[in-house]
Design a protein around this ligand. Structure first.
Ligand code: DQA
Length: 376
């Protein structure tokens, strides 16, 4: 058994005890880098582990790692772990090991399941995880970034857990509500409407808003590959906005913040909602589906699907005050989406010097500009 521990102090110099998380990898993951690199990537396991330890250190966390090819060893390390959370990739045991699922339940340690590959778009037997029901969240199909997302999710849910509130019958008609004294902000995540990208991607903004006293509702919606696309994803967002009065929050303004594809959904739904929305904030929003298809970049296949299903080629805030922030050199959603909308409608646009995903990080400078626009 080999474990690697990092005992570095909290880099932010905070005095609170370090939160510690254990990253457990199961069979064949020791071969990362050599094993089917077209599926699992070219990085090795030591690279993955040292990267996560450094990532944790920057967040003021202690990360420990463990890998084994043996089911019993994995179970024993889960039994004996004394950590605040587990990040668990059980490899092929995912699909068979009720014993590992039971170990997670027995440990009582909040566990995020991670898979490098998109287990829902491979052989049918991989789509079944017997471990998932024992876990607080499952992240798949995001490569190595999925492990970092799992650590962030652990941090967010320990900082500010929130309550899950359903707004409709589908599994994904749900949102994390964090109640505060100040006005409500609804968060809509991006991810080109693909099902492997979920609301944990925008959760750090939801938690930051809550810590500043706002109510935040981080809304999930059906996505392509899991009942979404057009019109499912957009109708879900509309249903969530219509549901706001039932959240029973104090009277106040409503702001909708959408990142990337979530920006498109917010701009479509907010003007149509029975709930009056006071401000739409687009963080590198997708505005123009035809532009995505024309660009022939990574947004093309899903944008084409939406257009073919009857989605409007372009969205606008429809008279609702809007504020856009867009990286000038955005490599995912070109700046032109926001600049065209700004010149056509006069909505305010701030240029940002950074990357598309920086906008999901409340420690980046753009966030102050958003906060300034929220009512006191
Ligand atoms: C895996 C997916 C499993 O189906 C497979 O058996 C693995 C790796 C992943 O990370 O994508 O070993 O968990």
């Amino acid at each position: 058994m080999k474990t690697t521990t990092d005992h570095h102090a909290n880099s932010k110099g905070e005095e609170s005890p370090l939160k510690s998380f254990l990253v457990v990898n199961g069979p064949n993951l020791d071969l990362l880098g050599r094993r089917q690199p077209e599926i699992y990537g070219t990085g090795s396991l030591p690279e993955l582990e040292s990267g996560l330890i450094a990532f944790g250190r920057d967040l003021g966390l202690e990360i420990t790692t463990f890998q084994s090819n043996h089911e019993g060893e994995l179970i024993e390390v889960i039994h004996t772990a004394e950590v605040d959370g587990l990040v668990l990739n059980p490899g092929a045991f995912t699909h068979t090991s009720h014993a590992i699922a039971d170990a997670v339940r027995a440990s009582g340690i909040p566990t995020v399941e991670v898979h490098l590959s998109n287990i829902h778009e491979r052989e049918p037997w991989r789509a079944v995880s017997v471990v998932a029901p024992a876990c607080v969240r499952s992240i798949y199909g995001r490569g190595v970034a999925g492990y970092r997302a799992a650590i962030r999710h652990h941090l967010n849910r320990t900082t500010s857990p929130g309550e899950e509130v359903r707004y409709g019958p589908h599994r994904d008609n749900i949102g994390d509500l964090r109640r505060g004294e100040r006005d409500l902000v609804v968060l809509l995540h991006g991810g080109v409407w693909k099902h492997q990208f979920e609301r944990d991607t925008i959760e750090s903004l939801a938690v930051d808003l809550h810590q500043r006293g706002h109510s935040s509702w981080n809304v999930e919606y059906r996505r392509i590959g899991a009942g979404g696309g057009w019109p499912g994803s957009a109708h879900d967002v509309l249903a969530a906005l219509d549901f706001i009065p039932q959240l029973e929050l104090p009277d106040g303004k409503v702001t909708v913040i959408g990142h990337s594809a979530g920006g498109y959904l917010g701009m479509w739904a907010a003007p149509r909602s029975k709930t009056s929305v006071d401000l739409i904030v687009g963080l590198a929003p997708i505005i123009d589906l035809e532009l995505c298809v024309f660009d022939a970049g990574e947004l093309e296949p899903e944008s084409r699907l939406l257009l073919e299903a009857g989605a409007p080629p372009r969205v606008t805030p429809g008279g609702i005050p809007a504020f856009l922030i867009h990286p000038i050199e955005d490599a995912v959603v070109p700046f032109q989406h926001s600049s065209d909308l700004a010149s056509e409608t006069g909505v305010m646009l701030k240029e940002y010097n950074g990357g598309h995903f920086d906008l999901l990080d409340p420690s980046k400078p753009h966030w102050e500009l958003v906060l300034e626009r929220l009512s006191p």
